[in-house]
Design a protein around this ligand. Structure first.
Ligand SMILES: NC(=O)c1ccc[n+]([C@@H]2O[C@H](COP(=O)([O-])OP(=O)(O)OC[C@H]3O[C@@H](n4cnc5c(N)ncnc54)[C@H](OP(=O)(O)O)[C@@H]3O)[C@@H](O)[C@H]2O)c1
Length: 215
């Protein structure tokens, strides 16, 4: 299985402003992201991203696909709202809520009634290694992780990410509490950081730079 993380950040490393606005990529970059979405079997996000952005996780921007990727939400208690765009279209687009044993039977019933599947893995948080293993058994070969920062950290920590693609927007938004590319517990020392191999760099006319790393 191949796992790719894609994210857009400002020049100061934020993937959203202090109040959660994350419209960072230009139209040109969004076209690239949607081509990438078209090439994968599933797109995964964390529940905070769903609660803040209410994404559709579909393939658009001229990249429409006859076999749309499955949308996966990592949500340990099943708090994804029934009114979210993901659940509202779960009868049309394959949708999985990866959750933990903390989910209630009511939430399982509520989520499944929309057409979404519930995948239980883990006690407190979602055990991502198990989720990826099950997805592999289900035949998924390419997974795109689209954040946010907490999920990016957890997936990177597993040591199974193949590629990290970062768009750097020529903007600074600051904010002590603005979400950065990778959150989580973090490392104590720089030398403990995960090493990246820079494989390619692209530049859009608007000053955006796209970095393609392998791990
Ligand atoms: N610019 C971009 O490319 C981009 C992309 C995506 C998101 N964003 C922004 O990022 C922000 C949200 O990011 P975030 O870091 O706050 O949250 P997040 O990564 O979207 O979601 C984190 C939540 O997922 C749940 N979770 C369950 N198991 C987990 C596990 N093993 N590892 C990690 N998370 C797990 C936890 O909530 P429970 O305990 O309730 O399960 C956790 O708090 C939003 O402002 C959004 O706009 C930006």
């Amino acid at each position: 299985m191949k796992i790719v993380i894609n994210a857009a950040m400002t020049a100061d490393g934020k993937i959203a402003t202090r109040n959660g606005n994350s419209a960072i990529s230009s139209k040109t970059d969004l076209r690239r992201v949607h081509q990438l979405r078209k090439s994968v079997d599933a797109i995964m996000v964390g529940i905070s991203t769903v609660l803040i952005d209410d994404p559709q996780l579909t393939v658009r921007f001229g990249a429409a696909s006859s076999r749309p990727p499955t949308r996966i939400v990592v949500d340990s208690t099943g708090r994804i709202p029934s009114s979210s765009k993901l659940l509202k279209k779960a009868d049309e687009f394959s949708t999985i809520v990866a959750t933990s044993n903390r989910i209630s039977f009511d939430n399982i019933r509520r989520i499944e009634s929309t057409g979404a599947k519930v995948l239980v893995a883990g006690q407190k948080k979602v055990e991502l290694r198990k989720v990826f293993r099950v997805l592999e058994q289900m035949g998924y070969k390419r997974i795109l992780v689209e954040g946010g920062g907490e999920l990016n950290w957890s997936v990177l920590k597993l040591g199974i990410v193949d590629q990290l693609v970062i768009t750097i927007s020529p903007r600074i938004v600051g904010g002590r509490f603005a979400t950065t590319l990778v959150e989580g517990e973090g490392c104590n020392r720089i030398s403990e950081g995960m090493p990246l191999k820079l494989r390619n760099v692209k530049r859009h006319a608007n000053g955006e730079i796209i970095l393609f790393y392998e791990l």
